[in-house]
Design a binder for this molecule. Structure first.
Ligand code: GRG
Length: 293
């Protein structure tokens, strides 16, 4: 299957499952369920759930057992975007090509919609059966750790505290690992776990995810200075305005592009043990390096 068709089909599968898992928009309190759905169905790339499903397939697993984890990671990701856009954080008006949650529903509802998406993610994950090597508590712990105060939130704390500071490359790399690579890696690992991956394959998926996550964030930094808000569906040029440490700010554009290429190559090299079963993951890695939004 062509990658474009694969991405379209898998995204549609995730969207249908998310729609079924989430409370209906009319469920009381309707404002809350409308707000959760507003951000969740705003046209995100569905990168994390698609990687989760592709990792399960690469390990010889079926799609069905990986669906709860795929939906759970998208809910966590969307919650983090809603909260990141709040006036007390990045204060952004545009996300996924639409006005941000707090612009439409007000700050209180936006905070609660993020909280509710974070919570429902774990409710959804309990629909996973777990496997012999990875029972359900292992899956829950994987997601909780990636989303918690030592990973995703640690990245956000370092990002907030780093504003206006001159960060070293090491400090910036920590932010990227925690804020971006951790959830991306967990998405991929959860896919592998849903397919009862061997420890060696799970380790290979971990190396793939970590390098891909870092490459993804370096590219995100580059796009922030090279693309328009219209193209990105979010405000461009925000990093410079907020005096954030980014790869282009620290290394310049050309060296940042080389770093993105190097990290992508490292992620693809990690897929060697999968042979031809790693083809889809490889194609997604290549596609992300070329992306323009
Ligand atoms: C816990 C509040 C809180 C934040 C955690 C994830 C995060 C830190 C902040 C969100 C904003 C941000 C710049 C995150 C870095 C990861 C990233 C590039 C997110 C955007 O992901 P895409 O491009 O978005 O996959 P779509 O909209 O396509 O899903």
């Amino acid at each position: 299957m062509k990658l474009k068709d694969y991405l379209t089909q898998r995204s549609a599968l995730v969207d249908r499952a998310l729609d079924a898992f989430l409370p209906k928009a009319a469920t009381k309190p309707a404002t809350m369920h409308k707000a959760m759905r507003y951000s969740l169905f705003a046209g995100g790339k569905r990168l994390r759930p698609v990687l989760c499903l592709a990792a399960a397939e690469a390990c010889g697993g079926a799609l069905e057992p990986a669906i709860p984890a795929a939906c759970a990671v998208e809910c966590i990701h969307t919650y983090s975007l809603i909260h990141d856009d709040l006036p007390c954080m990045d204060d952004d008006d545009l996300r996924r090509g639409r006005p941000t949650s707090h612009k439409v529903f007000g700050e209180g509802i936006a905070v609660l919609a993020g909280d509710a998406l974070l919570t429902v993610a774990f409710e959804i994950l309990t629909a996973a059966k777990g496997t012999a090597r990875y029972p359900l508590p292992t899956l829950i712990k994987e997601l909780a750790y990636a989303a918690g105060s030592r990973q995703l939130i640690a990245g956000q704390v370092a990002d907030l505290e780093g504003e206006g500071q001159k960060l070293s490359l090491r400090e910036l790399k920590f932010i990227h690992e925690a804020k971006t690579a951790a959830l991306l890696t967990a998405s991929i690992r959860l896919g592998g776990m849903s397919a009862n991956a061997t420890p060696a394959k799970l380790e290979a998926l971990t190396a793939f995810g970590r390098n891909l996550g870092l490459a993804f964030q370096v590219i995100d930094d580059i796009l922030d200075v090279t693309q328009t808000s219209e193209k990105l569906g979010k405000s461009a040029g925000k990093d410079v305005a907020a005096q954030k440490a980014t790869y282009p700010a620290l290394l310049g554009l050309e060296k940042s592009r080389n770093e993105a290429r190097r990290l992508t190559a490292a992620s693809l090299a990690a897929l060697k043990p999968f042979g031809k079963h790693g083809e889809t993951l490889r194609a997604i890695g290549d596609f992300l390096l070329q992306r323009e939004y």
